[in-house]
Design a protein around this ligand. Structure first.
Ligand code: GTP
Ligand code: MG
Length: 195
């Protein structure tokens, strides 16, 4: 996929704030700090379009980025961030659920997991939930640059143990925003969802 343009479009916490046009959308979900905003920036070749932070909990709204005036990438608040209050976490959960369950423009979900750790309970729950919603899923193992080459197969084996990847709506990709690894493969998957 060739990126010709990318812009921040809008932020939303509820349905009446979502973009009004009918462009297709690809959403990103994953633990706080897993690298969602960084993936958006590296994919779009932008330094700071999506705000990133070493501090987890940076993204607190659904942030819509318009790409090629053709589709939206939707940055979703990260889950599993302990410092967020229980009520705030429940609110986030609702916001994400509302979006994923009702949005007709949604063409696929990218679920990010940290390559350095085994999938968490939250990762597994998100994956099973996405399966239940019957969404096309791309599982992205982020920060693969932090993993030694001879450990990459182990990362994938651990992933396979935690998640049932046998469904044909699922694709798995290792990724590095820092090294820009598999940016093109990511683009190919998105392109296929938009057809
Ligand atoms: P929230 O908005 O809190 O949900 O976090 P996020 O998932 O958007 O994470 P973000 O992109 O802000 O990245 C979190 C931290 O991980 C930052 O310090 C990034 O620099 C770092 N990071 C992200 N991607 C990579 C990667 O591919 N490799 C390495 N080494 N670090 C990364
Ligand atoms: Mg973020």
């Amino acid at each position: 996929m060739i990126i010709r343009s990318s812009d921040y479009a809008i932020s939303a916490v509820r349905e009446d704030q979502y973009p009004k046009n009918d462009l297709p959308e690809i959403a990103l979900a994953g633990r706080s700090n897993v690298g969602k905003s960084s993936l958006i920036n590296s994919f779009l070749n932008r330094k700071n379009l999506a705000r990133t932070s070493a501090q987890p909990g940076k993204t607190q709204t659904l942030n819509f980025y318009i790409v090629n005036k053709d589709f939206y990438l939707v940055d979703v608040p990260g889950y599993g961030y302990a410092k967020v209050s229980k009520s705030q976490r429940a609110k986030f959960g609702e916001m994400i659920q509302d979006y994923l369950e009702t949005r007709e423009n949604l063409r696929g979900l990218i679920i990010l997991v940290d390559s350095r750790h085994e999938p968490t309970k939250d990762d597994i729950a998100m994956y099973n939930y996405a399966q239940y919603l019957n969404l096309p899923i791309l599982v992205v193992c982020t920060k693969i640059d932090k993993v030694k080459k001879n450990q990459v197969n182990k990362v994938l084996a651990n992933l396979k143990k935690a998640l049932d990847l046998s469904y044909d709506n699922v694709t798995v990709l290792t990724y590095s925003s820092v090294k820009k690894l598999h940016v093109q493969e990511l683009g190919n998957w998105i392109e296929q969802r938009l057809q």
